[in-house]
Design a binder for this molecule. Structure first.
Ligand code: ARG
Ligand code: ZN
Length: 875
């Protein structure tokens, strides 16, 4: 079934109140739903009420106290249609269902994770609990009563505020919860079990005292401190940055170990993948700390952007996700280093969203069609969605943008809104017409700008010739012209901005060229010397650039651009260009060579004390094999890319041996561990230096010492990665892997790193190791974190291993995807996206990849989730 945006129609019935009673038991949980149903004006009583279900067992239906006869309704596991309805416009509907949470392996609806009952309802999981109008425009006030055996589940949580608890017969007890804010069913949540608690509190701007709780597996309370700290900082920041205050008496977070996604923003009761809650220096890396901070903030921020204002339908998913990602990006930028954060964001966007946009799964930020909504929780909806919000701020300016958002909160609080509503508040606040801009929501594909420049010294004129194009994407062969805000600067020989007296050919405001036509000739007058041009500063638009820029200018900008992002970009472009020509040399059977001014510049950046260590670490991180493949675009031979990248790494290491090794020694941390951004930056720089140094004589021994002397997981995991990837099979690598395994055998989240590192080892032999690891006692095909660490890493991050020439990587992929999909279709569909760029491979691999996709497509009883991905990927 295909769902279409234009088919949206409000429901005939509303459910203003929902009261749920759960009597929990692993094999047979009873759910009694008491719904106040209201017929909309103008709808006849003969119009049936049709409710969504998914695999449900119905035990009773009653209306206004009368149990319905079999002729009054029609029930299947997936739908309940009630035909005999009262004439009155408002009535009470009681529905009883029976569930087996212990057998729910899809992790949608009510399920068990390590003996804890928990729920995941977004997008359409609520219909696995009871029959309902399970769509986001049905807002209801929920009251929940949970009953459980006290010894099995001493803790009973749901949304909203506590509303009583007590004892029941035979060792049972109950708790009631009431959520005064009308909400869609996807925000419903319930947790019951034996959990440890970390408690704290927060006083809001207007003086509301909020009790905060983070619940974790008993014994792990000591690992929740950082998450709690991040939560309090998020609450404060949202008040200061956006004027948004929390609105309930309690805010609870529960960490569970089986979770399909990162986390979920259920009203007042966020449920998290424990990977994004639990951390200390011994078990978590700096990247883990940063992710925890960002995701805690993200889910908290959803309280306003998602919960108080929700989505009219799932086509509007980016309304809450793009905006909330934008908010969490801003939060992290304020808490850490803005420049470093921006570079990291852009790297992520390019690594995940660009390939999506440039392949068969491309879709607009606001899609018009879907078969399975779970497959649209994508980098496009989230990350590009955030970039679109950022561009609105760039176009309007920070103040007007904020006024627009204030208007959004004021106008739509308590509503289920659309992207049109969102754009309208910014038009109203600014008086601007954003209709051309809004194409960013409706048109898929990454726009490209081709830019060349000429300087006429006699006329003192500098001209930029800019041409935009948007490549065709599935079902959108013809594209309309976009409004692209391109931040720029003309840079003089002193590194400073060059003034110009006037400009014509495009509207230019505050350092931004507004590109709206196919071609612009932008003429700057009063420019005596030829400037270097710094383009798309701060990554003002998510586009690709084809710029004719002299290497001298590029080197100059890499050393002098005062926009940190652009400076990083200039160096990264030099590296990419060098890698691509090295790739061609490898294919031509030559040994690749590199300009010494490039390898020397790496050393200069590394040692430049005026730059933040975190920035220097990012600059030294070469484009990944996947980045290089994306930039090459077609006829990809992953082995040749690997050789080219290895050669450049070795050349940079060789050219900077002394600088790197001095700096490596000087950066050794003697202070006590702190997860703050500056300390993390120093570790990042030292660890990337280790990566280079490990290629020089004595490198394995150096990495082994780094591993042995590490006092935190960041350093330990970095050293283990260097040993396993650069010195695979060496005695040092074998020993470190074994030591790590013994030390962390009983800590699943740390073992994930161990799986991940081994799945990343380049080369044709890794497939055997990965297959063997699926039988490791710490591995499990039912836990999403384990599967993603081993199988996900191998298939989406190990270019040479996965794309082995004989297709063995693909065969393993087919087997595992099909095995996982029997239990957890959503996880399988995610894994299956690993082959989305199959068409850019060289012909022989391409044929084998296609065969693999076809054989998944031909499997029997394929879930809608997986079928959707495979068919779109092949189309
Ligand atoms: N809304 C959650 C978040 O971004 C993600 C939920 C994803 N659920 C899903 N079924 N794909 O914070
Ligand atoms: Zn979200």
């Amino acid at each position: 079934q295909v769902f279409k945006l234009e088919d949206y129609r409000p429901t005939d019935y509303l459910i203003p109140e929902t009261s749920l009673t759960f009597r929990l038991s692993p094999e047979a949980t009873r759910v009694v739903a008491v719904l106040t149903v209201e017929r909309r004006g103008g709808i006849a009583a003969s119009v049936p009420l049709v409710l969504d279900g998914d695999g449900l067992t119905l035990t009773r239906v009653a209306i206004d106290g009368r149990t319905l006869a079999p002729t009054d309704f029609f029930a299947t596991p997936d739908q309940l249609t009630i035909t005999a309805l009262p004439a009155a416009p408002r009535f009470q509907l009681v529905i009883e269902t029976e569930l087996a949470p212990a057998h729910n392996e899809a992790l949608m609806g009510l399920y068990r994770s390590s003996n804890v009952y928990c729920t995941q309802c977004e997008a359409e999981g609520f219909r696995r609990i009871t029959y309902f109008l399970d769509r986001p425009d049905i807002l209801s006030v929920y009251t929940v009563r949970i009953e459980a055996l006290r010894h099995e589940a001493p803790l009973l949580l749901s949304n909203g505020n506590p509303a009583g608890s007590g004892e029941l017969a035979d060792g049972w007890h109950y708790a009631r919860w009431h959520d005064p804010f009308p909400k869609p069913s996807y925000l419903f949540a319930l947790v019951a079990g034996a959990l440890g608690k970390v408690a704290d509190s927060f006083v809001t701007l207007s003086g509301r005292e909020v009790e905060l709780g983070i619940y974790v597996e008993p014994g792990k309370e000591g690992l929740a401190g950082y998450a709690m700290d991040a939560l309090k900082r998020s609450m404060k920041w949202d008040e200061e940055a956006f004027g948004r205050e929390y609105d309930l008496d309690v805010f609870n977070i529960v960490a569970v170990s089986d979770f399909n996604m990162g986390a979920m923003e259920n009203k007042g009761l966020n449920i998290f993948n424990d990977k994004y809650v639990l951390a200390d220096q011994e078990t978590a890396t700096d990247a883990d700390f940063a992710n925890i901070e960002a995701i805690i903030a993200h889910e908290y921020f959803h309280n306003w952007t998602g919960n108080r204002i929700t989505c009219r339908d799932w086509f509007q998913l980016c309304l809450k996700e793009g905006l909330t990602v934008f908010r969490d990006h801003e939060f992290s930028a304020d808490q850490r280093s803005r420049a470093v954060k921006r570079i990291a964001e852009v790297r992520t966007l390019r690594a995940h969203q660009f390939p999506e946009d440039q392949g068969p799964l491309a879709h607009p930020v606001r899609p018009r069609r879907y078969r399975e909504i779970n497959n649209f929780y994508t980098a496009t909806v989230y990350e590009k969605g955030s970039e679109v919000v950022r561009m609105i701020r760039t176009i309007l300016g920070a103040e007007t943008f904020r006024a627009g958002l204030d208007l959004y909160f004021e106008r739509h609080d308590g509503e289920a809104a659309t992207i049109e509503d969102f754009i309208k508040v910014f038009e109203d606040a600014s008086g601007r017409d954003l209709s051309q801009f809004s194409l960013w929501y409706h048109q898929a594909g990454t726009p490209n700008l081709t830019i060349s420049s000429t300087h006429n010294p006699a006329a003192q004129e500098f001209t930029l010739e800019i041409e935009q194009s948007v490549p065709p994407t599935p079902s959108e062969s013809r594209k309309r012209l976009m409004h692209i805000p391109l931040a720029f600067r003309l840079v003089g020989a002193d590194g400073k901005a060059m003034a110009f007296s006037s400009v014509e050919g495009a509207s230019v405001e505050d350092g931004v060229i507004h590109i709206r036509k196919r071609r612009h000739m932008v003429r700057f007058s009063g420019v005596a010397e030829r400037p270097a041009i710094s383009l798309n500063r701060g990554f003002s638009a998510p586009v690709t650039l084809s710029v004719e820029q002299k290497p001298d200018d590029q080197f100059f900008l890499a050393g002098h651009d005062d926009d940190t992002f652009s400076r990083w970009q200039a160096f990264n472009t030099l590296l990419t260009d060098a890698l691509i020509s090295a790739f061609r040399q490898v294919l031509g059977g030559k040994r690749p060579g590199f300009a010494s001014r490039l390898t020397k510049l790496a050393g200069k950046i590394a040692g430049d004390g005026t730059l933040e260590p975190a920035y220097r670490a990012l600059a030294l991180a070469l484009p990944s094999e996947a980045d290089i493949a994306r930039d090459i675009g077609k006829n990809i031979d992953p082995d040749a890319i690997f050789s080219a990248r290895e050669a450049l790494t070795a050349a940079i290491a060789g050219a900077n041996r002394e600088i790197f090794s001095d700096l490596y020694d000087r950066l050794a941390d003697k202070a006590a561990f702190s997860p703050d951004a500056a300390s993390a930056g120093r570790r990042a720089l030292r660890n990337i230096l280790l990566d280079y140094l490990s290629l020089l004589p004595g490198g394995a021994a150096l990495a082994a010492r780094h591993f042995q002397s590490a006092t935190n997981m960041t350093d330990r995991a970095a050293a283990l990665t260097v040993l396993a990837l650069r010195h695979s099979g060496s005695p040092e690598a074998v020993k470190a892997l074994a030591d790590f395994e013994v030390k962390y055998a009983t800590d699943p989240l740390v073992m994930d790193k161990w799986f991940q590192i081994q799945a990343s080892v380049p080369g044709p032999k890794t497939i055997d190791a990965v297959r063997a690891l699926t039988g490791h006692p710490a591995f499990s095909m039912t836990n999403p974190n384990r599967v993603r660490s081993l199988v996900g890493t191998f298939s989406s991050a190990n270019q040479t291993g996965f794309h082995r020439t004989d297709g063995e990587g693909y065969r393993f992929f087919v087997e595992t995807v099909l095995q996982v999909e029997k239990r957890n279709p959503q996880l399988a569909a995610r894994l299956a996206t690993a082959l989305r760029s199959w068409r850019s491979l060289e012909p022989s691999r391409q044929a084998k990849a296609r065969e693999a996709l076809l054989s998944i497509g031909n499997a029997e009883n394929l879930s809608a989730d997986l079928r959707d991905i495979v068919e779109r990927t092949l189309a």
